[in-house]
Design a protein around this ligand. Structure first.
Ligand code: AMP
Length: 241
């Protein structure tokens, strides 16, 4: 392909991304559904910022401030951080570099957060599309309880499905692996029932407004990703790679 043809094709792709994609994509699903992985893949391939509230709050939790301590306790117990704190964190983040849109992972989780997102999307002039990643509960438990993360590079393993070659050590850099403090069995059960109680009902309201797409979250990440792309109604993300 000549360079001008390549440029034209690249422009066409960019245009398709601009016009053919919903601009705020919310990934929903209980913890362990693979939201984080899919959110990262979407952000990379659509070149949109990834906003993962769990990660942002974990960073805040590391600071030795009253807010840090409060968030740390709430997260370790598997509870939800208050809507007021979320409003502060999310508003600041979305006003930074999300004018073209973004991928949201872990937000909204409550009705007040849904309302907050509506008002931010209106201000930014952006549409919202919600992808619900659906996975049976027994599989969720194994995915969560078995999860291990490298303390240095962030690589993710699972003792049931994707164990590291040497127990407790990262294959890539030899650094120790850790379990998230909220990946113990009690906290997992707590988080799954919180999802059913507080977050699942939000899906109904998104379904009513026609913004919800349900996607089967079982199987390898690339397969789930292809289903998400199909649900979003675009080929662009796959063609680009
Ligand atoms: P996640 O990484 O999305 O599983 O989030 C980990 C923890 O961060 C949750 O269990 C909550 O304590 C907190 N968190 C993350 N996002 C939210 C949110 N939208 N609303 C309230 N708490 C949140």
């Amino acid at each position: 392909m000549g360079s001008s043809v390549r440029e034209a094709a690249a422009c066409a792709d960019a245009a398709a991304i601009e016009t053919g994609m919903p601009d705020i994509i919310v990934l929903m699903g209980p913890q362990g559904a693979g939201k984080g992985t899919q959110a990262q893949m979407l952000a990379e391939r659509l070149n949109l910022p990834l906003v993962a509230t769990g990660d942002m709050l974990r960073e805040i939790a590391q600071s030795e401030t009253p807010l840090g301590l409060q968030v740390r306790e709430v997260q370790a117990a598997g509870q939800l951080v208050s809507d007021d704190i979320l409003a502060e964190v999310v508003k600041t983040r979305l006003s930074r570099d999300c004018q073209r849109g973004c991928i949201l992972d872990g937000f909204p989780r409550t009705l007040p957060q849904v309302r907050l997102l509506e008002s931010i999307a209106r201000e930014l002039g952006r549409n919202i599309t919600v992808i619900s990643i659906e996975v049976p509960r027994e599989l969720l438990f194994k995915r969560l309880a078995g999860r291990q993360t490298c303390s240095a590079c962030g690589a993710i393993y699972n003792v049931y499905f994707k164990p590291s070659k040497k127990e407790g050590v990262c294959d890539l850099d030899g650094q120790p692996l850790f379990n998230r403090s909220d990946d113990n069995e009690d906290a997992i059960a707590q988080r799954l029932s919180l999802y059913d109680e507080k977050t699942r009902p939000l899906l109904d309201s998104y379904a009513e407004s026609g913004r919800l797409r349900r996607v089967d979250g079982t199987g390898p990440p690339e397969e789930v990703f292809a289903r998400i792309v199909a649900a979003l109604g675009t080929q662009v993300a796959l063609d680009a790679h």
